[in-house]
Write a protein that binds this ligand. Structure first.
Ligand code: SF4
Ligand code: SF4
Length: 227
């Protein structure tokens, strides 16, 4: 799940400067769970924009705003979306990018949120970052705890010399990720996994932008706006 936070409203109003009509997109997936892009937030944003003289001509909360087909459907079925002077997206950056690709290039598509990280969900409203999508997973040798993400120094061979009484020297309220890795592997009888020095990470595996093509689509609508 992608964690998002609301942008400062003054920054949003600044990005909409000079626009009289706007269409809003929320997202019924991650942003809804983060309370940043669900029905309530769309209503709140509508009220704020209208107070500032910007007419909200319509809105949509797709199940996943990062899914191009859902956005293209809105563009086909909602003339008010095509005609809006700008589109404001209450979703993560991937959602904004997807809407921007589906829109005519003359129509500004603007973000209302900042995208923070890929999260594991502990329970509703409680998230933590456990993976930073490095492209070369090492969890098989670290007991399912990611040193790349959970050690602030990203050490692949740890712990560092700063660990004190099992606690991290950077995040002093957290147990050192490498101490947790050691303890977990010990419980699993797999401490031998730590005997080899891990080689430097292959950062080319995470070179951006990354793309995956699992299957070709013959649907021309699917290709609209693809860059
Ligand atoms: S090693 Fe890479 S892919 Fe695996 S959890 Fe950590 S950041 Fe994610
Ligand atoms: S104390 Fe542990 S978690 Fe903190 S920076 Fe050093 S190795 Fe990483």
């Amino acid at each position: 799940m992608i964690i998002t936070k609301k942008k400062d409203i003054n920054a949003i109003l600044e990005s909409l400067k000079g626009k009289k009509t706007v269409f809003l997109f929320g997202c019924n997936s991650c942003a809804e769970q983060c309370a940043t892009g669900g029905e309530k937030e769309i209503k709140e944003m509508t009220a704020i924009l209208e107070e500032h003289g910007i007419k909200v001509v319509g809105s949509s909360i797709p199940d996943e705003t990062c899914y191009r087909q859902l956005i293209l459907k809105d563009y086909r079925l909602k003339p008010e979306l095509k005609e809006a002077e700008a589109v404001l997206v209450l979703a993560c950056g991937a959602g904004v990018r997807t809407v921007a690709d589906a829109a005519d290039e003359t129509q500004p598509v603007l973000p209302a949120l900042d995208s923070l990280f890929l999260a594991s969900v502990e329970r509703v409203g409680r998230f933590f970052e456990g993976c930073s999508l490095c492209g070369e997973c090492v969890l098989h040798i670290t007991g399912g705890i990611c040193p790349h993400t959970e050690c602030p120094k990203g050490l692949l061979n740890g712990p560092c010399g700063g660990v004190a009484h099992g606690m991290c020297e950077v995040n002093i309220e957290s147990e050192c990720a490498w101490v947790r890795i050691y303890k977990r592997l010990e419980k699993q009888g797999r401490l031998h996994a730590l005997r080899n020095i891990a080689a430097p990470k292959n950062h080319s595996a995470g070179t951006r932008p990354r793309k995956v093509l699992l299957r070709e689509s013959g649907n021309s609508a699917d290709k609209k706006g693809r860059k």
